[in-house]
Write a protein that binds this ligand. Structure first.
Ligand SMILES: [Zn+2]
Length: 120
């Protein structure tokens, strides 16, 4: 596995996401002020602002994972599943270079997350 390749992709992602998060936050604030002023409809402005923040929040979540992954590159544990230490599929790393899970454990977590309602 070519760690340098993934490290470079993660660094690029970190830069792109950081820049975008800054813009989204500015935009959301700008829309809120403009629309609340012009239209006098605070609820529409609220909506625009919260959509912006939701995207920024999503980007922040990915950014955190990208930074975690860069930490694993530094530790020398990048590419190993954090559940069982097994290798993460290269195809998976190509698609989601920040993933800390192999396919098997990612799927298990998704199942666990979607069946959070107690079944007692
Ligand atoms: Zn695993």
């Amino acid at each position: 596995m070519n760690i340098q390749h993934y490290k470079q992709r993660l660094l690029d992602l970190e830069e792109t996401l950081s820049a975008r998060i800054g813009q989204e936050a500015d935009q959301a604030r700008g829309e809120f002020i403009d629309e609340a002023h012009d239209v006098g409809d605070a609820s529409a402005a609220d909506e625009a602002a919260s959509e912006g923040f939701t995207e920024a929040e999503h980007d922040s979540a990915v950014l955190r994972q990208v930074r975690d992954a860069l930490g694993r590159v530094a530790d020398g544990t990048f590419g190993a599943c954090i559940v069982d230490g097994g290798p993460i599929e290269e195809q998976r790393l190509e698609a989601v270079p920040w993933t800390p899970y192999c396919l098997k454990h990612a799927q298990r977590l998704e199942v666990a997350a979607s069946s959070r309602t107690p079944t007692l």
